[in-house]
Design a protein around this ligand. Structure first.
Ligand code: GLC
Length: 550
């Protein structure tokens, strides 16, 4: 047993050849439940991922980020974790996860896992113990249990608003059936918030990090990273809180926690990274998480939220690079993820920006326009300095699926009273091959229904088509991989007019995107490296990106 543990502890995250790998990596996001189904039960699994590793190798990615793969009742797609040291049984086993990490490494692909510090599942042993132990018990101190207000305690302790709409407190029932204390949950009632002022919570998470780093995992994505610490006085939400003074967002105490995590990561060889999911508008507050002794990178949702506009996108890029510069961290470029509307659908809409509170059923889109723009956006972000994320299926140009209400599982849908379609529309299982559902996803259907016309989007169909979205992604990532200019060349803006966005990387490479409605002429160049749509008589047509060899 001891020897086994020692061997594991020595598992490298990757060859030592590229310590700053994370500064320019292309990271592919796998939503396991919807990626590939190896055992034919209609749910994606680790066997499916292992079988498709060659696909990811051919795509040209450096790492995979897995959404939570732990045992979970799936009240929030796995962001309700019941055990951080095992694998959700329908996905496979811990041994399979260990094998997957090593097989991926054998192909030069690192693994990043998702850690959820803000809350656990209500089925987690700690929460079950807290419920059983009752008011005033040490078990309850690991969470935010609190008596209600008012004479009979029937009013919730605060009126904080959930990230999923609605209230953030649920009342418990005492063993004798009488109403008991309330507990805090910034998301669903099945996701009780942990009390990060408690030493057990901190110790436990550092231990979980070691558990996975010992298994060769190269990094962690930190879920809802600006939320875990709460003001123990539980005040109501102030109208305009001073920076750091919000009772449950972006509190200064968080930085000490992440410094502790960074120290754990730095104990390991091969640069194990911390990637924060940090939704904050204040650029300076955002950058604090990226100081040299904290996280390595954080998701850049500012750019992802921009509509299709040269001016707004240019401003966002400039702002992003400027906010990262003082802390020396690379920017990340994200077009979507498992929470947001697919780019081809979004960019084909009149309102092409992204905001959770604007999600509705039945918003029209022009998929031809959206797809053209998503192709241009892919080349644009692949040319920017920093890390690039690709959410599974975006490389196939999959549209958002408007699912029938009766199959939707996402709590965001239910908690909006059915107004918000929720996030399942971007989580529909991938089409791999064939003319009919489940399109090679597996041998036994798919947990969410795939549209009948997805035969045109299968990996097999797109591999055979040099003009497909998949071919564009492969070509772009292959070029990016061997281009010194794209890896480390400085960015310099080009004057390409108000409706276009152009910049040079290093000496020789330029990326120009036309977001206007008229073709634009190109600066002098030696050759065209890649183009998201054919040039028209040497000019760059609307909704197109070109990479030029200057
Ligand atoms: C993050 C995840 C999202 C999840 C939420 C609660 O925002 O990306 O999917 O629902 O945290 O854990």
């Amino acid at each position: 047993m001891d020897t086994e543990v020692q061997t594991r502890a020595a598992a490298p995250a990757a060859p030592q050849t590229d310590p700053p790998w994370w500064r320019h990596a292309v990271i592919y996001q796998v939503y396991v439940r919807s990626f590939a189904d190896g055992n034919g039960d209609g749910t994606g699994d680790l066997a499916g991922v292992r079988a498709r590793l060659p696909y990811l190798k051919a795509l040209g990615v450096d790492a995979i980020w897995f959404n939570p793969w732990y045992p979970s009742p799936l009240a929030d797609g796995g962001y309700d974790v019941a055990d951080y040291r095992d694998i959700h049984a329908p996905f496979g086993t811990l041994a399979e996860a260990e094998a997957l990490v090593q097989e991926a490494l054998g192909l030069g692909i690192r693994t990043i896992i998702d850690i959820v510090p803000n809350h656990v599942s209500d089925q987690h042993p700690w929460f079950q113990a807290a419920l059983a132990a009752g008011p005033g018990s040490p078990e309850r101190e690991r969470f935010w249990f609190h008596p209600g207000r008012g004479e009979d305690g029937s009013e919730m302790p605060t009126h904080w608003v959930s990230s999923f709409q609605g209230s953030t407190w649920t009342r418990t029932v005492n063993p004798d059936g009488s109403p008991g204390e309330w507990y805090l949950h910034l998301f669903t009632p099945e996701q009780p918030d942990l009390n990060w002022n408690h030493p057990d919570v901190r110790r436990e998470h550092e231990d979980i990090l070691r558990f996975w780093f010992d298994r060769g995992v190269a990094g962690v994505r930190i879920d809802s990273a600006a939320l875990p610490v709460k003001d123990p006085a539980l005040p109501e939400l102030p109208t305009a809180p001073a920076p750091g003074a919000h009772p449950h967002l972006d509190r200064d105490e968080l930085h000490d926690i992440y410094r502790g995590w960074r120290a754990v990561a730095d104990e390991y060889d091969g640069t194990r990274i911390l990637v924060g999911e940090v939704w904050l508008e204040d650029a300076e507050r955002f950058a604090r998480y990226l100081r040299p002794d904290e996280m390595h990178t954080a998701f850049n949702f500012d750019f992802m939220s921009q509509p299709w506009s040269a001016e707004l996108m240019r401003r966002s890029i400039a702002r992003t690079l400027a906010e990262h510069a003082p802390v020396g961290a690379p920017a990340t470029w994200v077009l979507s993820n498992h929470d947001v509307t697919r780019p081809v659908t979004r960019y084909g809409r009149e309102d092409s920006g992204f905001a959770f509170d604007r999600k509705r059923f039945g918003v029209p889109t022009d998929l031809a326009v959206g797809t053209r723009r998503a192709r241009a956006a892919a080349l644009l972000v692949a040319a920017l300095p920093g890390t690039m994320y690709v959410y599974q299926g975006d490389e196939l140009g999959l549209p958002e699926v408007e699912l029938p209400r009766e199959v939707i599982e996402d709590p965001m849908h239910f908690r909006s009273g059915g107004v918000d379609p929720g996030r399942d529309g971007c989580r529909v299982p991938l089409p791999w091959a064939g003319a009919a559902a489940p399109f090679g996803f597996g041998a036994g259907g798919s947990w969410l229904p795939q549209p009948a016309d997805w035969s045109a989007y299968t990996v097999a169909a797109e591999e055979a088509d040099p003009d497909s979205m998949l071919s564009l992604y492969r070509d772009a990532l292959a070029f990016r991989r061997q281009s010194a200019d794209l890896r480390s060349g400085a960015l310099a803006w080009l004057d390409v007019g108000p409706d276009a966005l152009g910049f040079r990387r290093g000496d020789r490479l330029a990326s120009i995107t036309n977001l206007g409605s008229e073709p634009i002429s190109l600066p002098p160049h030696r050759g065209v490296v890649l183009c998201s749509a054919p040039l028209e008589e040497g000019a760059l047509p609307p909704d197109t990106t070109v990479w030029l060899d200057l």
